[in-house]
Design a protein around this ligand. Structure first.
Ligand SMILES: [Zn+2]
Ligand SMILES: [Zn+2]
Length: 260
């Protein structure tokens, strides 16, 4: 399994191409786009061509995966920094690639909430699949499980498992949820760490310290911090998170690829 960061800026875009939340999870058979925050569709196109499988049909091999090779999209919640590029993806699929039926997994009500972007008509481009706390689905060889986090709109953390490896993405959460919800020993926890120790009273997000402590309690093998508030010193988040985790943590960066 491979994780590619498309964007990792917390809540609003950071300078110099700092897109909001989005990740690509690639397994042997599946290509899952996990959150589509603002800026991630642009960054996606550095890793995925437009219309890859169509080119492959024409015998143009080998070629990198295409947008139409994306097996499924997962949206953790309807805060725009996690989903608004679904609009651009819809335009690309509808008018550019003339594709329909890409499955979008997300919390109940997502289609209706985002429908205002398209006057309620997505043109059949997406097949909306509502998932909730405790649900599990399979996308090719990739198992997905969901857990409701501590964040105001219905928000789902996601576990991706394939080839005996497990990735847990916390989505947005406050400290009243823990990645232990998926059981111990994840190979990588990709945890939001919006804040730092000095401002961890919101209850809506984690500090780097809280992310480190939660991942340690969940017995994670590795921890990657993401969704940092723009303007905070990321080095300080890494130091704080590493102290709490007990080992050096990774820091998400746009276009970074990590083998799991
Ligand atoms: Zn967010
Ligand atoms: Zn949020």
């Amino acid at each position: 399994m491979e994780l590619t960061v498309l964007g990792c800026s917390g809540s609003y875009g950071a300078p110099a191409g700092g897109a909001c939340s989005g990740y690509l999870v690639r397994t042997t058979e599946a290509l899952v786009w996990l959150d589509c925050g603002n800026g991630t569709l642009a960054n996606l196109q550095r890793h995925v061509t437009l219309g890859g499988s169509r080119r492959r049909d024409q015998g143009d091999t080998p070629c990198p995966p295409g947008v139409d090779d994306i097996t499924a999209v997962v949206v953790t919640h309807w805060h725009p920094d996690h989903c608004v590029d679904l609009y651009g993806l819809h335009v690309l699929l509808k008018y550019g690639l003339e594709r329909q039926g890409l499955t979008v997994y997300g919390p109940e009500g997502l289609e209706r909430r985002l429908g205002t972007l398209v006057d309620g008509d997505w043109g059949g481009v997406f097949t909306w699949a509502a998932v909730g706390d405790g649900d599990a689905v399979t996308v090719e060889d990739c198992g997905l499980r969901f857990s409701r986090t501590a964040h105001p709109p219905p928000t789902l953390a996601v576990e991706c498992s394939a080839g005996g490896k497990r990735l847990v993405y916390t989505a947005d959460t406050g400290p009243d949820w823990s990645p232990e919800a998926f059981g111990p020993g994840a190979d990588l926890i990709l945890s939001e760490a919006t804040f730092q120790r000095g401002n961890e009273n919101s209850g809506l997000h984690l500090s780097a310290r809280q992310a480190g402590e939660a991942a340690r309690a969940a017995g994670a093998r590795r921890l990657m911090l993401t969704h940092l508030w723009p303007g905070l010193d990321p080095t300080a988040s890494v130091v704080e998170g590493s102290e709490a985790f007990g080992r050096e943590v990774l820091l998400a960066a746009p276009h970074q690829r990590t083998r799991i």
